[in-house]
Design a protein. Structure first.
Length: 297
């Protein structure tokens, strides 16, 4: 028998592999599964028998929810994908635990503490948070930030010292901007306002020192009332981090209820994480602070 006449028609190939017509055309466009022959006049496509297994693998990988960009029938990294699935599952379990704690928790158990605070000047660096959709990508982003942010902040403090910028014992982090353009702000309270000229020189020196463009911001947090919501005391320590994250969500719920009941105007919808020290990275435990306008008292 002539091997040139043993091609499998597209319809039969679909039935054998489970792939749809749309999938076959898409995989052909992506170079994942190209027809063995295509009639130039009719567009009639056929596949070789050797391609049946390739088609089945693609179909099953898609059933395993492998993204199109990850597909490959030749040398697919199965163990790597299994590791990513395990990581995703562990993160899903973590967030399920957090959701359960939030549902079981009581925002009213977080008693508010209110302190009037003066206006403060600050200088900060910021880092793009991005929008990683894959758990592995998310861990990569935050893993990199865990290294880069302290290093950048340490370099900033050296540059500030060289330029004679005096720091007060207050630092904080905050998420600013709107999704998907959110940024992590790492701020230091300064004794005096830093003008634009000095800010530009500090940014240039910091950029030179860290070998990357440094986003340096200056500003003033206006006089305000600071609200904190200490967590209830627990009998047993939580080493998983679930309680800590759940407490932050419950604080948000407690804050929202407090704002509603007292007719307050928040300066921001999200809190700051603040320490009473010149650096966020010197080992102090941060507190969660919500800022509201004084005029609403």
């Amino acid at each position: 028998m002539d091997d040139h006449h043993t091609g499998i028609a597209a319809g039969r190939f679909r039935a054998m592999t489970g792939l749809s017509e749309k999938a076959l055309r898409l995989y052909a466009e992506r170079g994942l599964l190209t027809p063995a022959t295509t009639d130039p006049s009719t567009g009639y496509r056929s596949y070789d028998s050797e391609q049946v297994r390739e088609g089945i693998i693609l179909d099953v990988l898609r059933r395993a929810r492998v993204p199109l960009g990850e597909l490959a029938t030749n040398g697919f990294a199965y163990e790597d994908w299994r590791s990513r699935l395990a990581l995703r599952r562990s993160m899903e379990d973590f967030h399920l635990d957090v959701a359960e704690r939030v549902e079981q928790g009581d925002p009213s158990a977080f008693t508010v503490r209110s302190v009037e605070a003066p206006a403060v000047h600050f200088i900060a660096t910021s880092r793009d948070l991005g929008t990683p959709g894959d758990p592995g990508d998310a861990l990569d982003v935050f893993g990199t930030m865990a290294v880069d942010l302290p290093a950048t902040d340490g370099a900033l403090m050296e540059v500030l010292h060289e330029h004679g910028v005096a720091l007060e014992h207050e630092s904080w982090t905050a998420v600013v901007g709107a999704d998907p353009a959110q940024r992590m702000l790492v701020a230091h309270r300064t004794s005096r306002r830093v003008d634009e000229g000095l800010r530009a020189r500090i940014a240039a020196d910091l950029t030179s020192r860290i070998g990357a463009t440094a986003d340096v911001i200056v500003g003033t947090v206006p006089a305000r009332r600071e609200l904190t919501f200490p967590a209830p005391t627990r009998s047993e320590p939580d080493e998983t981090g679930v309680d800590e994250i759940a407490d932050d969500y419950l604080r948000l719920a407690a804050f929202a209820d407090h704002v509603r009941r007292h007719g307050l105007t928040p300066l921001s919808s999200v809190p700051r994480r603040r320490v009473h020290g010149t650096s966020m990275f010197d080992g102090r435990t941060p507190e969660t602070v919500f800022d509201v306008l004084l005029e609403n008292d």
